[in-house]
Ligand binder design. Sequence first.
Ligand SMILES: [Zn+2]
Length: 281
Amino acid sequence: MKILKWVGIIVLVLGATAFTLFMIYVNPMMQKMKKTSVVNYDKDLTIVLGGGGNSGILTSDSLVIVIDTKMGDAAEQLSKKVKELAGSKPILVINTHFHSDHTGGNKFYKGQTIIAGGNYTKEEWTKQNGDEALPTQWLKDKMDIKMGSDTVTLFNIGKNVHTASDIVVYLHKRKMLFTGDIVLNKQTPALLGVADPDGYMYTFDMLPKLFDIQKIVPGHGEIGGIELIDNFRQYFVDMKTAATDDSKKDELVAKYKDWGQLPFFMSPGATIKVFKKKMQQ
Ligand SMILES: [Zn+2]
């Protein structure tokens, strides 16, 4: 009986600790992620930040493009807005990658075209997202779409970066790049599965050579300029240094204390772990 009492106390203490950690660290971040804000960028471009990944709605006389479909309630709200803007025009959905905070609303676009990166297998996609709202087209390399007076380029990075198949979307006239989670603004990355810091570094170098970038809509966080790439590159450089030089670790981790984090999962510590694992390989 005495043992049972102690087990009970330990379970209670662990439960209370988990709840406290959740309320202090996880819940505010989750509430923050759920919130959306609408940027009416110009007549044909609306950007909806938050509610999962950031989204763009681009309209023309003949087509409406949606970049990333969000999650939960925000996904449904976005789809209503898109359908209102589209009327009878066809809708083209682009998923920058297969994480559910960017694909959660796909199910609201039944019968429309949904494009995602062609390096995923159908099985991998279904494992992440279920059967519902599977893409109808898999982009292996690059695609140009005429949208009124602008051209939209979809580009599959083609190697492991955030996932095995990340797509960026460039609006030529606006010199604007939607990066998905390859670039985040003041948020630490979730590096899961095949996510590869070397892939990020490669992409940070490649993107400004490929496109004339003046505006960046990151996967999460506020819209910015080309400096978003530089800031995110610096994060990876710093975490690599922290992984190799213990004496600099505390200072480098503290540098990012204002960035969005979730303990163990999205944090400087988690990124350092990925680097350390890579160095052991
Ligand atoms: Zn995301």
